[in-house]
Structures are given as C-alpha cells and as structure tokens.
Design a protein around this ligand. Structure first.
Ligand SMILES: Nc1ncnc2c1ncn2[C@@H]1O[C@H](COP(=O)(O)OP(=O)(O)O)[C@@H](O)[C@H]1O
Ligand SMILES: [Mg+2]
Length: 358
C-alpha cells in the first residue's frame, strides 16, 4: 500500500494523463463515425476561424502603426514649419538687464502680471466682465535700448514661448499675397494659444512699418499705399480680437497711428541708460575691465546697451587676435559707435538692401 502511494505521489501528472487518455479512448469508441467526423469538422472550422482572426488582427495592427507613423511625421512637419518662428522659453539665455528706475518698475509689474497665476486670474476676470482679454504691450525706444532682449527675458521668466513675426518679411509680402499671410500668422498664433497650456507671446519685433500712421487714401492713391493700409487695417482688427499676449517693439516715438496707440494696454518707454546703468552694462559684458576704466568710459560716452555690446564684442575679438586692447582703442571704438548712430538710415528696408548689395 505504501509503495502504491509513493508511486502515485511521484507520478501524479502521468497518472492523470493516463486516466484522461483511457476516458477519451473509451468515449471515442462509443461515438459513431458521423459524430467523430462532426467533431473533426468543428476542430477544423475552429482552426480556420482562429487563423482568419489572427490575420485580421495583424492587418489592423499594421494599418494602425502605418497611420500613427504618418501622423507623427505630419505633426513633426507642422511643428518644424511653425518652429521657424517659435522660440522656446527654455532656450533663452538669462541676461542681466539694467533699466532706469521708471522702466524697471514697469517691467517688474509686467513680469508679475504675466506670471501664469496672475495672468489666469486676469483672463478670468476680464472674461467674467465680458471685456476683451487680449494682453497687448508696446515697447518704444531708440535702437539698442533693450526692447527685444526685454521681451525675451520676460518670456524666459514667465515660461512662455515666443512666436516671432518677421516684420521685414511681412513688409515684403505687402506687395503680394500679404493679406492672406498676415491672417495666417494670427491663425497660427490662435491655434498655438488653444493648444498650449501656457499662452505663448506673439512678438512683433521692429513693428514700425505696421504701426506707423496709415496713409490718407484718395482716388489717385497708388495700389501699394492701398495694400499697406489694407494690411494695417487687418492687423488692427486682429489686435482688437486678440486672445493672448502681444508684444510689439518699435523705435517710432512719433508718427504712430492713433488707432494702434489705443490698442496697446501697456506701453513702456525705453530710455538710454543713465551713467550708473552704463557702468553696470560695461561691468556685465566685460567684467575684467578695471574700475577706473569703466568709470571713465561710462562718464564720457552716452551709449546704449546695444552699442556697449557691439564694442564689447570688438574688444573680445581683438583680445583673441592681439592678446590685449589699449584704452585708446576702446575710446576709439566708443567714438565710432557714437558716430555711426548719427547715420542710421531712416527706413529699415533700405538699410537691409544696402547691406545686402554692399
Ligand atoms: N538695458 C540694458 N541692460 C543690459 N544690456 C542691454 C540693455 N539694453 C541693451 N542691452 C544689450 O544690447 C543688446 C541688444 O539690445 P536689443 O534688445 O536688441 O535692443 P533693441 O531691441 O532695443 O534695439 C542686448 O542683447 C543686451 O546685451
Ligand atoms: Mg530690437
């Protein structure tokens, strides 16, 4: 008895298999030939249907993969084409900017208003009160006073990407398919606002051509003037209906179209830096300069941040080439910058052409 139990414990699987086999043989022997054929048929149809199911499953899976590949490629494509003008906030380098007291206050306020928490609150409130919720800012100031850089730093600090509109490109379109293109720009921005968690900034850099006074048209007006006015009217309308954040920068203090002036909620005037500001900019850009030299340069030359940056670049290049730069050379560079600022061409378009053909 003990021996049988041991055998059973050691060969449990085989015993059950054997039992199953005996029962199957017995039941098959009890079946008629027709029933056996019936069972075989059922098995055959099951195998066929399983095969069909598997083939179908693989076809659907492959199709899905192809579609998703196509979708990814398409998405990548649109992103790339939009990326032409999209600047991601986390790619903007931090820069120390120095402002005069009044500017500083306005810029701090703007950064605070555009911080996500405050911005959402503002949007909510304006929506509740059925007010237009577009956040429009205009930075006015001479060249090199830090308007564009400030827009970039605001984007960086508030975590917002920038959709930059190339005004020179827009201008060249005025004589062609301009209206469609400008509408397209605003449509793309609208889409970006709808698809982004954090509202991006629409940047109209050097928007002089866009916001300057519209021409008075009469029956003898040129087609070009009509086209320019047409574009400005579209932009006015789009700004009026804007949902999102627009920052426009301009050198134009006068000759701004009144209708545009009204549409900017915040206007910040960028002045030339004061002596203390110039000192800080010199120190930031060329930290190795001795204190007395910085004091001297800042006191003597009324330069903008952009001009100081140009000089700092030249000094850095000279240092690489010659090992050192004398005080006289630096003074000369400052003189040159001041001189060149007096011969700034009036129209940006012409300047670009002259530069290209030179
Ligand atoms: N207020 C400033 N503080 C520090 N750097 C400045 C300032 N203004 C201009 N700069 C320097 O000059 C560069 C060019 O300025 P930018 O913003 O292009 O001038 P704008 O757009 O007014 O012509 C900046 O990248 C920065 O290095
Ligand atoms: Mg600029």
């Amino acid at each position: 008895m003990e021996g049988i139990r041991n055998f059973f414990d050691g060969n449990k699987k085989s015993v059950f298999l054997l039992l199953g086999l005996i029962i199957s043989i017995y039941s098959i022997s009890e079946l008629s030939v027709e029933s056996i054929l019936g069972v075989l048929k059922i098995i055959m149809y099951s195998v066929i249907s399983f095969t069909v199911f598997c083939v179908g499953h693989f076809i659907i899976k492959a199709e899905k993969e192809i579609l998703s590949d196509k979708k990814n490629a398409k998405e990548k494509g649109t992103e790339e084409s939009n990326n032409k003008s999209l600047i991601l906030f986390n790619t903007i380098k931090s820069k120390n900017m120095y402002y005069n007291e009044r500017e500083n206050e306005s810029i701090r306020k703007l950064i605070s208003l555009l911080s996500e928490e405050n911005y959402r609150e503002i949007q909510k409130r304006l929506d509740e009160r059925k007010m237009r919720n577009g956040f429009t800012c205009l930075f006015i100031g001479g060249p090199g006073t830090g308007k564009t850089e400030t827009a970039y730093q605001i984007a960086r600090l508030t975590g917002r990407n920038i959709m930059a509109v190339d005004i020179a490109e827009t201008k060249s379109m005025w004589f062609g398919e301009s209206e469609r293109k400008i509408k397209e720009t605003f449509d793309t921005y609208r889409e970006a606002v709808n698809n982004s968690k954090i509202t991006p900034i629409l940047l109209f850099n050097e928007a002089d051509g866009v916001i300057s006074k519209r021409l008075e048209l009469n029956s003898s007006s040129r087609a070009i003037d009509r086209a320019e006015n047409g574009i400005q009217n579209i932009i006015l309308q789009e700004i009026e209906n804007l949902t999102g954040i627009l920052i426009a920068t301009t050198n134009l203090a006068q000759n701004m179209d009144k209708a545009f002036e009204r549409r900017f909620l915040y206007r910040i005037n960028f002045d030339m830096p004061c002596e203390q500001g110039r000192k800080s900019i010199w120190n930031t850009l060329l930290p190795e300069l001795p204190v007395e030299l910085v004091t001297d340069l800042s006191g003597k030359f009324d330069l903008s941040g952009g001009q100081i940056e140009n000089i700092a670049r030249k000094i850095n290049i000279d240092t690489i080439l010659t090992g050192c730069v004398t005080k006289d050379t630096m003074m000369q560079y400052c003189e040159d910058e001041i001189q060149s600022s007096f011969i700034t061409p009036k129209r940006i378009g012409f300047e670009a052409e002259a530069f290209l053909s030179a």
